[in-house]
Design a protein around this ligand. Structure first.
Ligand SMILES: N[C@H](CCC[C@H](N)C(=O)O)C(=O)O
Length: 282
């Protein structure tokens, strides 16, 4: 089974063209390929499928086999995968995801190579019931909660997938391996949750780390960076366009509240290598 390994600022996935819809158990394949010793090693699996609502469909799976409803770093790389494999020849691609159709504008270098993309990530959702967060409050903006016996001020945002944003001074010394699962599996998050810890440098720049639902700490999370940018505006900490520094690199995020209310994400996309995977037969 041919595959392409790609990364968006270090958030790496295995990409497979399944336009023929021949792969039956995508969750099982995600678990297999993500494992570094018996598989390939990645944060998960992204599969290209046909769509009757858009040019293509993206199916995205975390390394534990759970399906993500949207993946920001992944959709930039998938658009590059589509163009580089000659499946599309225009600079704009509409990609169907479980959280709606997203428009991806490819970015080229002077040699005509795709080096990244700008994605319309759609609306940010802050109604707790829609994130979902089980809470009496309609919104969690700077909401005081307790997790694992510690008090936190949190902001809930969905980019089609659920996020909880915490702003704090020190994000370097966080023990995310211990703390991350306490957030991810808290019973107030019925579909689990991606958690971002963000340090505000100034009104135009934030640094963050992320514990991803289903994948653990990753070097970057595109939807997470969007959630942090939205939370920054909601908490009066940042402007509508900011630079977000993640462990694997930097994204530019804009929340256009004046016009569409949509969130835009711009960042790199890179192919690491291609290969052939032989699925394990149990
Ligand atoms: N773990 C996420 C999916 C991947 C999101 C992230 N890798 C991104 O770039 O947006 C979830 O289950 O909601």
């Amino acid at each position: 089974m041919p595959f392409t390994k790609m990364e968006g600022i270090g958030n790496d996935y295995v990409y497979i063209n399944d336009l023929k819809e021949e792969i039956e158990d995508l969750a099982e394949l995600a678990i297999q390929v993500s494992e570094q010793h018996f598989g390939i090693g990645s944060d998960g699996l992204i599969v290209l499928r046909p769509s009757n609502k858009a040019d293509f469909q993206m199916r995205m799976f975390n390394l534990d086999g759970s399906e993500g409803r949207m993946c920001g770093n992944g959709i930039r790389c998938l658009a590059k995968f589509i163009y580089d494999n000659g499946l599309w020849d225009q600079k704009s691609i509409e990609i169907e995801t479980l959280s709606g159709v997203k428009t991806v504008q490819l970015i080229f270098n002077d040699q005509g190579e795709v080096t990244g993309a700008r994605v319309n990530m759609g609306q940010a959702i802050i109604d707790t019931a829609l994130i979902p967060i089980t809470a009496e409050e309609d919104q969690w903006i700077n909401q005081a909660i307790t997790i694992a016996g510690q008090a936190y001020q949190v902001t809930g945002v969905s980019m089609g997938n659920p996020h909880l944003v915490i702003f704090q001074e020190n994000i370097k010394d966080l023990d995310l391996q211990a703390l991350g699962p306490c957030f991810e599996y808290d019973t107030r998050f019925p579909e689990q949750i991606n958690t971002e810890f963000a340090h505000v440098h100034n009104r135009q720049e934030i640094s963050m780390r992320v514990w991803e639902r289903g994948s653990g700490e990753t070097l970057a999370c595109g939807t997470g960076a969007c959630a942090v940018a939205v939370a920054g505006v909601l908490n009066g900490l940042t402007e509508e366009t900011i630079k977000v520094n993640l462990l694997g690199g930097t994204l530019t995020i804009t929340w256009d509240r004046s016009d569409t209310g949509h969130v835009y994400m711009e960042g790199p996309a890179r192919t690491s290598f291609t290969g052939h995977y032989f699925p394990q037969v149990h």
